[in-house]
Ligand binder design. Structure first.
Ligand SMILES: [Zn+2]
Length: 265
């Protein structure tokens, strides 16, 4: 599962390791290790020899600037495993399906998950970037005064809080785990409807979006390093870290959310 804190940490790792390196072959392999359809309409040699001149992130998208001219956009959210592997392919590697981009002679970015071909786009100045203009603010990049516009945008919504948090048009990049955590820290139920919130509730929720993600980043998004007061640490044992009561699951918009029925109103 790749959500925003994990993707931010992965971007920082890429910045440390692959900046100014050159790209090699692009391969999309099926389960037999054979080249399958072209990824994002790009052939095997489409990226060959291009230098990564900058790396940025917005929401779940990571952008590699290539030769200061083009942008390779990688969409990393949802059910996806992403790894930066060193060394040459070893025996047994060939059986693994996935998308691979060779970097210099001895590194490979490997993505595994569904619909990999649609996760890659090569953009130049003439490209259609509609998919980016539809995204809401990035909650890690948004400056603190930006909270006000987030609060106003929230006040215009009508649906359940958890669905709003998962909506890329409200804030981009929040997935189910961190949406549950934000709602727990804000003491609001996942199925609570936005119009029932007062101004304090809206303020608290918007503040927690940023605070929870910042805390997750400081903990390297590793569950044992999170504060004990975080719900995420207790999804397995099922006990609320605030009141000790049993956590419950509820379906909101067809997706299961975890919450504490005593602490979240
Ligand atoms: Zn509780």
């Amino acid at each position: 599962m790749a959500e925003l804190p994990e993707i931010e940490l992965f971007k920082e790792k890429l910045q440390r390791i692959i900046l100014h390196k050159k790209l090699g072959k692009l391969r999309q392999l099926n389960a037999k290790g054979e080249q399958s359809a072209e990824a994002g309409g790009l052939g095997e040699d489409a990226l060959l020899g291009k230098e990564i001149t900058d790396i940025q992130r917005y929401g779940t998208q990571i952008f590699w600037e290539l030769d200061r001219r083009e942008i390779l956009a990688l969409q990393l959210g949802g059910e996806l495993a992403m790894e930066l592997e060193r060394g040459f392919p070893v025996a047994g590697d060939e059986g693994r399906a996935g998308l691979e981009i060779a970097i210099n002679a001895n590194l490979r970015l490997r993505l595994q998950g569904a619909q990999l071909g649609t996760r890659l786009r090569l953009l130049n100045e003439d490209s259609d970037v509609d998919f980016l203009t539809r995204l809401g603010p990035d909650p890690i990049l948004v400056p603190k005064p930006g909270l006000e516009s987030l609060r106003e945008s929230l006040a215009r919504r009508r649906s359940a809080l958890r669905n709003v948090l998962l909506d890329d048009g409200f804030v981009t990049g929040i997935g189910p785990i961190w949406a549950d955590e934000i709602l727990f820290q804000a003491r609001l139920r996942p199925d609570r409807l936005v119009p029932t919130l007062d101004e304090d509730d809206r303020q608290r929720l918007c503040e927690q979006i940023r605070q929870v993600l910042e805390r997750a980043l400081r903990s390297q998004a590793k569950i044992p390093l999170l504060p004990r007061t975080f719900l995420t640490r207790h999804r397995e044992d099922g006990h609320c870290p605030a009141c000790g009561g049993a956590l419950e699951q509820i379906s909101v918009g067809g997706r299961m959310a975890v919450f504490c029925p005593s602490c979240q109103l």
